[in-house]
Design a protein around this ligand. Structure first.
Ligand SMILES: [Zn+2]
Length: 137
């Protein structure tokens, strides 16, 4: 995903009513730049590489706030481990049952058609989120 500067991230966090603390800035940066749909542990490790030491609990809390505000989404992998995605635009998730990875398929046209389909079945404001995934081996 495209790189965001610290000032761009600060702007986004402020727009969502969040104080731009250092852990929040870098957790959001990791979420937006990662294609791995990281777990909390993976995020803690990546923060450490940046010289930021945060506990699992505090990272969980930040992620919960982000999800609540609509800055990220939660997914569960094959081992029922919570994984996080900073891409909140509708896209397809590919769950690899062999290696446990989660990857993306971004197909604007197809996702647009799926969105239209569901919007014809429900009132637009009734739809909270559309999930579409495929499991591969
Ligand atoms: Zn994704």
């Amino acid at each position: 995903m495209k790189k965001l500067s610290v000032s761009q991230i600060k702007e986004i966090l402020n727009k969502y009513g969040l104080k731009a603390t250092n852990p929040r800035i870098y957790i959001y940066k990791i979420l937006r730049e990662s294609k791995e749909h990281p777990s909390v542990e993976m995020i803690v490790n990546q923060l450490e590489k940046l010289g930021i030491y945060a506990s699992l609990g505090s990272v969980y809390n930040v992620l919960d706030v982000f999800c609540e505000k609509g800055l990220c989404i939660k997914l569960k992998d094959e081992q029922e481990v919570m994984r996080y995605d900073g891409n909140t635009d509708f896209h397809i998730h590919v769950y690899n049952t062999q290696d446990g990875s989660i990857s993306d398929i971004e197909d604007e046209q197809f996702c647009g058609e799926v969105t239209q389909y569901f919007e014809s079945k429900f009132n637009k404001d009734e739809i909270e989120r559309i999930d579409l995934s495929v499991k591969t081996r």
